[in-house]
Design a protein around this ligand. Structure first.
Ligand code: SF4
Length: 393
């Protein structure tokens, strides 16, 4: 399908990423290589910046966008005449966006940089038709998004246990209503993220690779001080170049492949024009999530993912990985963990049964302990099990 966006992607080094002025110079350079902020913003525009504030983890962990990048973009937008700069986010299910703004110090800095914060979860949502979508033809979108003249997407570069990587396209999921976020997990995350792209592609995407995240993304992996920024008007091309830097093949990342096939942007590296740093010189292979299956076997822990959508896969893998790296898997010795949309348990006599997630609430032969949530949050699973004394070795 034709792609009408300019698929040039700039790559710029930003090694002093804790220093605001150095970051601002790097952001400016990355966008100047594409024609400058003035090519995107007209005087008087309202500009919406969409960072990744999934939770209240500091950017040094790699889980959230570096605020230096966000406020550098804000200042540079203002310098070319933007009238109002809004920073909008709807944190992940189970996180309070206002608290995230507070705990990350975003509210304080927003005042200094004269930016308005919008918690999408408290914004007015308007139904918008999405005729190009394959799964949903109508969805709620925050009014602030609909009324902004320009949207600049500022995701952080991360691995993701359900989608392999999370970059620009996936970052727009922060826009939608919490109950639609849960539905995305039910309906199939890859195609729903692409469907959302048909409706909500930003004018500019700046991938924050200053402190990226590898391993068990999107929250509890290991930070990578990569010191890079990637920018493009074509979000898909920015994602394609970023995942190439991380060492992921297109075949490994369904939603970016689908986005290319469905005309959202360019995924062909031979067609994408890379400017600034050479792609070959900045590659750095990212670690993938790897649960130690041998250790699970040794502990006699049986994990039954019964048609689970990515929400539960994500949450439960995170939970198990967290226990494993902290040497606490013994808590679950001789247990069966069951989750997913068609949960079944057979021949598990004498074992501790732990049912995880809303789909297991009324499952056939329901027994054992039920941990609610859709998906259950990894931290809540641990708290819940501790509360019920099922975590003792
Ligand atoms: S409980 Fe888990 S498997 Fe069920 S709909 Fe929610 S995220 Fe999906």
């Amino acid at each position: 399908m034709p792609n009408y966006r300019d698929n040039t992607v700039s790559i710029v080094k930003c090694s002093e990423y804790h220093e605001f002025e150095a970051v601002k110079r790097a952001v400016k350079e990355a966008v100047e290589l594409l024609g400058g902020f003035e090519s995107v913003i007209s005087p008087g525009d309202t500009v919406l910046l969409k960072p990744n504030f999934i939770c209240a983890a500091d950017y040094r962990t790699g889980a959230t966008t570096n605020p230096n990048v966000i406020f550098a973009v804000a200042d540079l937008c203002r310098e070319v005449g933007a009238r109002e700069i809004i920073i909008g986010e709807g944190a992940a299910v189970g996180n309070d966006t206002d608290k995230v703004f507070d705990e990350l110090g975003i509210r304080e800095r927003a005042e200094k940089h004269n930016c308005r914060l919008v918690n999408f979860h408290k914004d007015e949502y308007v139904y918008v038709m999405n005729p190009l979508a394959k799964i949903f033809k109508r969805i709620r979108i925050p009014r602030t998004f609909m009324e902004s003249n320009v949207v600049i997407n500022i995701p952080v570069m991360k691995t993701h246990d359900a989608l392999a990587v999370t970059l620009g396209l996936k970052n727009m999921k922060g826009l939608i209503h919490t109950s639609d976020k849960k539905r995305f997990h039910k309906w199939g995350l890859a195609q729903t993220v692409v469907d959302l792209g048909h409706l909500a592609l930003p004018e500019l995407t700046i991938v924050d690779g200053t402190v990226a995240l590898e391993g068990m993304g999107p929250v509890v992996g290991e930070p990578v001080g990569l010191g890079l920024l990637m920018a493009s008007a074509d979000t898909v091309a920015a994602d394609r170049v970023s995942m190439e830097i991380m060492g992921f093949e297109l075949e490994e990342v369904d939603y970016i492949k689908l986005a290319g096939e469905q005309g959202l942007g360019c995924t062909d590296l031979d067609e994408i024009k890379v400017v600034g740093e050479k792609l070959e010189t900045v590659k750095r292979k990212f670690k993938r999530l790897s649960l130690d299956q041998e250790l699970l076997k040794e502990m006699n822990i049986n994990v039954m993912a019964c048609d689970a959508c990515s929400g539960c896969n994500n949450a439960i893998n995170s939970y198990l990985y967290g226990l494993s790296i902290n040497g606490q898997l013994g808590k679950l010795k001789d247990s069966t963990l069951v989750y997913g949309q068609n949960p079944v348990i057979e021949g598990e006599d004498g074992r501790k049964i732990i049912r995880l997630g809303m789909c297991t609430r009324n499952m056939p032969n329901a027994e054992g302990l039920y941990v609610p949530g859709c998906p259950p949050h990894p931290n809540h699973i641990d708290d819940f099990l501790q509360g019920h004394g099922l975590d003792r070795e």
